[in-house]
Ligand binder design. Structure first.
Ligand code: HEM
Length: 300
């Protein structure tokens, strides 16, 4: 994988970034979690769990971007009316769970305490947002939004087919048509335009070698956080004839017993339920209060 000392800083930043992170991207996109998402073999509830994790991620990222909307490194790509994902993801979760009050749905409640890799990712974004220099937030918006505009479009087609959904239940990967009337969705050509616009603006805002290095390093870290999120997906049981793909966790972290993650999750949920029943605590999650004015759709 490229290191910041071998980067060609004379290249436009978007080109440099794409080339320097190609290997890590390609490894992630072949991980077990990514395969399950793009093959349509994931159980529906498992897909909803993943969407809920993404909601927590985006609400954190988008609050952070709002807070620094005028920062010179972030302002050019700040475009919530086109890019913001949290409201769309929330709407998809509502459609899939058939309730707008999904915060109190058992599937969501069973996810608390939230998995550590997700909490670590959120904590990283909040730490950058609270620091003197929020420039590295650009790495997180680049990774998520360009990812949604690229692989996300493949995932959308798979999900629509796999769960036999209507378009309105898979809006998380939709973007408005640039210059089109309200409500019109971008087609493939528009999606390419949106990607190019994001990249051009990134090239305008990240110019110095130091800024390039900073965002490049953060992008590598952000890829690792995303690999860990994908690793939280519980794929369907492997069929005898399947050839197991190399999971990213095997590449980035030492291997552990395969059931450990599930075991620890069950233990944590069990402990939380014991605690809640002893203290008569409601299963509503205080963590949600951290998310400010975009909060959860508690009721319709
Ligand atoms: C789930 C499996 C995935 C597939 C099938 C996939 C596929 C793709 C494809 C086809 C492209 C377009 C490459 C191009 O325009 O030249 C792309 C780009 C991209 N993907 Fe993925 N991807 C996956 C996972 C991810 C993940 C997990 C992330 C990170 C969150 C991600 C982030 C990106 C980014 C940032 C780009 C834009 C690269 C650039 O042009 O600068 N992808 N992906």
């Amino acid at each position: 994988m490229a290191s910041s000392s071998t980067l060609d800083y004379s290249k436009p930043f978007s080109q440099l970034l794409k080339e320097a992170t190609k290997d890590i991207h390609d490894t992630i996109s072949k991980s077990e979690g990514a395969k399950a998402l793009t093959s349509g073999t994931l159980e529906r509830d498992e897909y909803v769990r993943y969407l809920i994790m993404l909601w927590y991620l985006y609400i954190t990222l988008e609050n952070a971007l709002d807070a620094h909307a005028n920062h010179p490194a972030l302002a050019p790509t700040y475009n919530p009316s086109v890019l913001a994902r949290a409201p769309l993801i929330s709407a998809d979760i509502s459609s899939l769970l058939q309730t707008t009050a999904w915060a109190s749905h058992p599937l969501h409640l069973s996810m608390h305490p939230l998995p550590k890799p997700l909490l670590d990712y959120i904590a990283r974004i909040q730490a950058i947002a609270g620091s003197d220099d929020p420039t590295p937030l650009l790495a997180h918006s680049y990774l998520r939004y360009l990812g949604d505009l690229s692989g996300g479009q493949i995932i959308k087609r798979t999900i629509l087919k796999a769960y036999q959904l209507q378009d309105h239940a898979v809006t998380s990967y939709d973007f408005p048509k640039p210059g089109g009337p309200a409500g019109e969705i971008a087609d493939q050509g528009d999606i390419l335009k949106l990607k190019n616009i994001f990249k051009e603006r990134m090239d305008e805002s990240i110019i110095t070698p130091e800024a390039k290095r900073l965002v490049f390093e953060e992008t590598k870290l952000a890829y690792r956080f995303n690999a860990q999120l994908l690793n939280l997906i519980r794929p369907p049981p492997v069929q005898i004839n399947d050839t197991p793909a190399k999971g990213l966790a095997e590449v980035l972290a030492p291997p552990g017993p395969p059931l450990l993650g599930v075991g620890v999750g069950l233990f944590l949920v069990h402990t939380y339920l014991m605690y809640a029943s002893r203290t008569n605590t409601s299963l509503g999650c205080n963590f949600l209060s951290l998310f400010g004015n975009r909060g959860l759709p508690i009721s319709a």
